[in-house]
Write a protein that binds this ligand. Structure first.
Ligand code: FES
Length: 198
């Protein structure tokens, strides 16, 4: 049982019992995207918690299992599958998204901890069909090998460049150190980050 569950007065046992009744079926019920004030006043069923957040500029209103992680909400319920799940334990950075402009590992964060905040995923960097300059730089400079870690790398680069718009190569290496590429494309990844600045 997590501290969060205890602090909200919801024990894991009660939650599991709630699921077992079949009242809520699967652990998460999606209410609606862009819900209005009336929806926000509804009480969530037992075993669920209401969650409001913004994802890529859109308001999202859900009812979720309190132990649902942010990446589960993004991929499984909002179908934003650009964010990749690899280690699922906060080690590789593949699941990196921005939370109010700061890079976070979405596999390692409860969705409820993102409540009321602005989440940006790789999909949110696009302007219509147009790639973001960082995405463009990764394409132009081959900043990838298999590409699976690339969305996380790009989101980490976005957060890093927001903080440090004119980094040196050494600073870029340090700033990107939270993201692993198993293909070893680091030289090209750093080249892409520096190119995005230029
Ligand atoms: S999948 Fe989240 S850090 Fe590896």
């Amino acid at each position: 049982m997590s501290e969060r569950s205890e602090s909200k007065g919801i024990s894991r046992r009660k939650f599991i019992q709630g699921v077992g009744t079949g009242v809520i079926g699967s652990s998460v019920l999606i209410d609606t995207l862009q819900a209005g004030p009336k929806d926000e006043q509804k009480q969530p069923p037992p075993g669920t918690e209401a969650l409001f957040l913004k994802v890529n500029g859109k308001s999202v209103n859900l009812k979720i299992d309190p132990e649902t992680t942010l990446i589960e909400v993004l991929r499984n319920f909002l179908h934003l599958t650009g964010t990749k799940l690899v280690c699922n334990q906060g080690e590789c950075g593949a699941c990196t998204v921005l939370l109010d402009g700061v890079a976070v590992y979405s596999c390692h964060m409860l969705a409820l901890d993102a409540a009321g905040k602005e989440v940006t995923t790789i999909e949110g960097l696009l302007t219509g069909e147009k790639l973001h300059p960082i995405q463009e730089a990764f394409v132009q400079h081959d900043g990838m090998q298999c590409g699976f870690c690339t969305p996380g790398q790009i989101m980490a680069a976005q957060a890093f460049l927001l903080k440090n718009p004119k980094p040196s190569k050494a600073q870029a290496l340090e700033g990107m150190s939270g993201n692993i590429c198993r293909g070893g494309a680091y030289p090209k990844i750093i080249e892409s980050v520096i190119a995005a600045v230029e």
